[in-house]
Design a protein around this ligand. Structure first.
Ligand code: GRF
Length: 213
């Protein structure tokens, strides 16, 4: 995929918004060449809305309960995102299933971050699932969003050890540090282009070093 001229990103949240903050910080530090066009929350009390406004970013609430069906809600999201010329959508703790209207409007242009090494532990409470299963390594996955929950092509993964005394909370904190590195990295890769999707594999652009060999 060629480099996209549209580096405007819409971020969808439901809660505290630390991954949103990581994207804001990476843009400010010039590690990420992007603009956050809008932050949309389905919940009015999401702390992430304040983070966006503090950074001078437009932040709006679109309550899902106001819509009769999930497709209606998705269409409303598409309208708000397109009105701000967003070319990429980042789900950052957005606790809603994303459906066909949104996926069709942004094919291979929606990213999600999930706190496990997918395909292990999709769905809710991934860190608790990892502790209960007894894995020794877990981590974070940033992937393209498809109709399959937490099932799209994997862009970036980062691993962390699971320690003997870990609880879901201590493991979540260790993973979160890596989330904040992985998400800006993945967004930069997507916006820079040169990648492709081959079956269910995300094939990254050749780095200048590997291209030379
Ligand atoms: C993160 O753990 C993310 O991986 C998951 O939801 C959480 C959101 O946290 N999808 P925050 O709102 O970004 O702080």
């Amino acid at each position: 995929m060629p480099e996209s001229s549209n580096r405007r990103v819409g971020v969808l949240i439901s809660g505290r918004g630390t991954n949103l903050q990581a994207l804001i910080d990476a843009i400010e530090a010039r590690r990420l060449n992007a603009t956050i066009a809008v932050v949309i929350s389905n919940r009015a009390d999401a702390a992430g809305l304040q983070r966006a406004r503090a950074a001078g970013i437009e932040a709006i609430t679109l309550p899902h309960r106001a819509y009769a069906t999930r497709d209606d809600y998705d269409r409303a999201l598409v309208k708000e995102l397109q009105a701000r010329d967003a070319g990429l959508v980042c789900l950052a703790g957005f606790m809603r299933l994303v459906g066909e209207p949104l996926i069709a409007a942004f094919p291979n242009r929606i990213l999600n971050i999930h706190p496990s090494l997918l395909p292990a532990f999709p769905g809710l409470d991934a860190q608790k699932q990892a502790i209960e299963y007894g894995v020794k390594v877990s981590g974070v996955t940033v992937h393209l969003v498809t109709a399959e929950l937490d099932g799209g092509p994997i862009i970036v993964q980062r691993s962390v050890p699971v320690m003997p005394g870990d609880t879901a909370d201590t493991l979540a904190a260790r993973i979160l540090e890596q989330e904040h590195l992985a998400y800006p990295e993945a967004v930069q890769m997507i916006l820079d282009g040169g990648w492709r999707v081959d079956g269910r594999r995300f094939v990254a652009a050749k780095s200048p070093t590997s291209a030379a060999t």
